[in-house]
Design a protein around this ligand. Structure first.
Ligand SMILES: Cc1ncc(COP(=O)(O)O)c(C=O)c1O
Length: 423
């Protein structure tokens, strides 16, 4: 199992200790907690230990990566047994699967009447670029960015599309820019949740005018399903399956509002349009693309995996259930960070703090943080939790709902221990 995040079984022991209590503790006796479904340590805090001792429990899954993210609890390849492997993606069977994926997506997300959904090539990047290449250039563009991916979209618009009238509305890592600077007469491109800074747009997005003239293009890849989105404010929403859903990478999703469709049908950009970006035919929306007929071949295995993930969302109570679980996960880290002086949220303001990609800074030099990561990896406690290469040095811990709170609690004990080891 080392290095793998595939199965979450009942092989280890989970933590019953609340962060904040586990400092200076003495392990007294051990017995399984009743009715927990997992073995837990029972720990008394009666006598302070001299130093932080090596934790005796590990997370059941060491997968805390911010993408691809951990698979849902209980996942196994059996979930893919119904995938129409070896069949054409244009067969009746496969189109039925694609249609099922679209209708489940629409109902779980609560999309308003008239919004369309399609699977598109090249993951979230493909979906964002397809939207920008297809719609921008008609009017000035406001680009709001506060981390690496949003900055990339800004670069696309300025350097690749070479749009002249572009307003850059930006802030440093850990901050949100002043979004009220967005002009409702302009198009706007922004990221709902900045995966590399752990900063999200607060729910509601009141800064987007209901009477806007421009279209809003929102990269929601690490927020959607874990944060409720104000659909009437959003004209294009993109994501991939590999974040909150714990699905597979490589396929993108695009959601279009009636306003976005109107733009596609009324505007033809001056630049060449690659086949994989084309959403219209003879000046009209290619409706087949939103009804199970994809631009190029999709993996029906990945589609089956997406269907499995959507059914897991349904079982958790839909987006509100997924969001609640993710908020509970964030709370585990908040309790821990709140009771330690050496670890901090990059997003100090909790109103803009992500409940999925949680970014932390430590009072340690970069090399020491690296050392901590190596120790955590060597113990198979936490994998891939290094901060993104452009972000301030620190840790990034996924708190989406595929991760379990008990595993985060166990991880916190190891953070404490490894910090003490390297400092
Ligand atoms: C905010 C954001 N946008 C875009 C991407 C790129 O996603 P993909 O690799 O699915 O294209 C990522 C990946 O982490 C992301 O976090």
């Amino acid at each position: 199992m080392h290095g793998s995040c595939f199965v979450s079984g009942f092989l280890g022991v989970g933590s019953a200790v609340r962060p904040g209590l586990e400092r200076n503790i003495l392990v007294r006796n051990r017995r399984p907690a009743v009715g927990s479904g997992r073995l837990r340590m029972v720990i008394s805090d009666s006598k302070p230990a001299a130093a932080v001792s090596k934790p005796t429990q590990k997370p059941l899954s060491p997968c805390f990566s911010s993408g691809p993210c951990k698979k849902r609890p209980g996942y196994s390849l059996d979930a893919l047994a119904d995938a129409p492997l070896g069949r054409s993606h244009r067969s009746k069977l496969a189109i039925g699967k694609l249609r099922e994926a679209y209708s489940l997506t629409k109902s779980l997300l609560g999309l308003p009447e008239g919004y369309q959904v399609a699977i598109v090539p090249a993951s979230d990047t493909g979906a964002v670029e397809m939207a920008m290449w297809s719609m921008l250039g008609e009017r000035p563009v406001d680009i709001c960015h506060w981390e690496s991916f949003g900055k990339g979209w800004y670069g696309d618009v300025v350097k690749e599309l070479k749009i002249k009238e572009v307003n850059e509305i930006t802030a440093d890592y850990g901050q949100l820019p002043d979004l009220t600077k967005v002009n409702p007469a302009h198009d706007v491109v922004f990221t709902w949740n900045g995966t590399t800074s752990g900063v999200r747009v607060p729910a509601g997005a009141e800064w987007i005018s209901d009477d806007r003239e421009g279209v809003t293009i929102c990269d929601a890849t690490s927020g959607i399903f874990a944060m409720s989105l104000p659909w009437h404010k959003l004209d294009v929403v993109t994501y991939s399956w590999q974040k909150v859903l714990g699905g597979e990478a490589a396929h993108g999703m695009i959601i279009l509002s009636p306003k976005a469709i109107e733009r596609l049908e009324s505007y033809t950009p001056p630049w060449p349009m690659p086949k994989i970006f084309r959403m219209t035919k003879k000046g009209k929306l290619d409706e087949k693309l939103f009804d199970g007929s994809v631009i190029n071949t999709v993996s029906m295995m990945c589609v089956e995996d997406y269907l499995d993930a959507l059914k897991w969302v349904q079982d958790l109570g839909g987006v509100p259930g997924v969001e609640a679980k993710s908020m509970g996960n964030l709370k585990v880290l908040e309790d821990f960070v709140g009771s330690r002086s050496w670890i901090h949220f990059l997003a100090a303001d909790e109103k803009i703090r992500s409940n999925t990609s949680v970014c932390l800074t430590l009072d340690l030099p970069k090399e020491k943080v690296k050392e901590m990561e190596k120790l955590l990896e060597a113990e198979n406690v936490a994998l891939d939790i290094n901060s993104y290469r452009d972000a301030p040095p620190g840790l990034r811990i996924w708190c989406g709902a595929t991760v379990e709170a008990e595993d985060l609690q166990a991880l916190c004990e190891w953070l404490e221990y490894t910090y003490e080891q390297v400092k």
